[in-house]
Design a binder for this molecule. Structure first.
Ligand SMILES: [Mg+2]
Length: 195
């Protein structure tokens, strides 16, 4: 089930509960044109774009949690998760310190490291690698290379926050909306802050 189907199905059930005679076809009966996410949610269900975005954030959070869990990242405590979130912010800062443009993205490939004698290098008993930077996201065999740079580290921060919220059942979409509404109500520079 993709994001559009989840959103549509969730809100269709809610709309039908409030108004059982509403003419809202189930997902399986919708044509390709009707399945466009924005058309479905804003055009048919008449949801506010902000509500759609908040729900999409929660669906992304569920996706990030599922991917994290599937890769075995289930054990971290709250404190450890906070440390991991801040470590991604530090990686972003390091990219900035290295002078990279904030929008620059490159793709990294880990290549086996060899000494001048042709011997395979090891560090702490593990095979050593060197990072090679590419401009293209895929290698010659179609394999994905790791995205790097400030946009990618910003994404890592968001993904770790979403995984954290998903693990603990936090309604991130609602929390973001609530906080943004509050922030918009605050005075200019929050009444005298310099930054
Ligand atoms: Mg990172």
């Amino acid at each position: 089930m993709d994001l559009a189907e989840k959103l549509y199905t969730t809100y269709r059930q809610e709309a039908l509960r409030k108004q059982p005679d509403l003419m809202l076809a189930p997902w399986r009966d919708l044509g390709q044109e009707d399945r466009r996410p924005w058309f479905l949610t804003v055009g048919i269900l008449k949801l506010s774009p902000v509500v759609v975005a908040a729900e999409a954030l929660n669906l992304l959070s569920a996706e990030a949690t599922a991917v994290g869990n599937a890769h075995g990242f289930t054990e971290a405590s709250v404190g450890e998760d906070v440390a991991l979130i801040t470590s991604e912010a530090s990686e972003l800062l390091e990219d900035h310190r290295e002078g990279h443009d904030v929008r620059r993205v490159w793709f990294e490939e880990k290549v086996a490291a060899y000494g001048t004698g042709g011997d395979r290098l090891q560090v702490d008993g593990k095979p050593a690698f060197v990072a090679v930077r590419h401009g293209e996201p895929r290698g010659p065999g179609g394999e994905l290379r790791k995205p790097c740079g400030i946009p990618s580290e910003a994404a890592d921060i968001v993904i770790r926050v979403m995984h954290f919220c998903g693990k603990h059942g936090i309604d991130l979409g609602a929390a973001v909306r609530e906080k943004m509404i509050y922030n918009a109500s605050r005075p200019f520079k929050h009444g005298g802050k310099t930054l």
